[in-house]
Design a protein around this ligand. Sequence first.
Ligand SMILES: [Mg+2]
Length: 376
Amino acid sequence: MKITSIKATALKNKERSLSAGPGVCMVEVETSNGLVGIGEACAQSENDEAALATALILERGIKPVVVGLDPVNPRAIWEKLYLETEWFGRMGTVMHAISALDIALWDLMGKALGVSVSRLIGGRFRESVKTYASIIFDMENFEAMASEARIWTGEGYKAVKFGWGQTRDTAYGLDAEKDEAAVKYLRESLGHGVDIMVDVGRYVNWTPAHALEMARRLSKYNIYWLEEPLPQDDVEGYVWLTDKSPVKIATGEGEYNRFGFKRLITSHAADIIQPDLGKAGGITEGMRIADLVQAWNLSLVPHGFSSAINVATNLQWISAMPQATLLEFRRTKSPLLQDLIKSPFVAKNGNLQIPDRPGLGIELRDDIVEQCRVKA
Ligand SMILES: [Mg+2]
């Protein structure tokens, strides 16, 4: 079997808001025996340039390197692409592109061998996984936000995460009193049987001192973790904060490859490590990152906010990783997440079944691909 072509497609949800979710670059790897592998890069930007740039790197840069290669060599192909692109890559858009291709190669290998990716990467620790409902703060209407959360707890979710806010002007994190009041409201509204996570995101810039003050305030409401309270590159700040914080600190969705995660993990910059395989380096790199997390005895909770391909990838990955027992499951409206595949993921009591079909175990819906396609 040889790779004959790769096709990259920029996709987005048409609704434009901070809660609409990221753009995506989907890749399809075609082979001489007719099999097609599917992968995805999470490539968010406000004007679709990230997804389009990822597609350009795949079609113009990566395609000539991989056409003609045997695809059943994802790790060797990963290293080849990393070296070929080192001068302008290593992180950023190039790593998004390599991530998408790598995921597609694992999907392809599973299809070629007739086994799921989770079995290819070592075997299954679990057949289902607990998820948390991931939604957005509404800092202008606490009751609207609480009632949205109650929809999910009513369906059996035991954990809900609230992120960053509806707009930059009404973001979470701009006003300490209001930030505390929002979490107090949620705790009183949802009761004590539900885990509440707070995701500050990156539209505000907290200092370590302010983040520690907020961690202490929010600890009164027993939050399960405080996510991305600091800028992504303030690793020293994260180390300081994680050492002192009364609540667990989570970060990692912005980080790239084993080298970036080595910095975070070996310095204990957070308690919860959150790679997004659609940018961190795909499944090949995800295995290395998970091994580092386990060796340093931290928790791995994959980031997932883009599409059903990303959910499928996460499910296969964490099925085979011993210490990953919780998964982000975005619950804001998104055709890319809810409609893109023929058998959409549906949580029962907040748990997702992990497919054990060949590859990632998904089939795309062409009508949704067309509906979400970004024109170059
Ligand atoms: Mg986040």
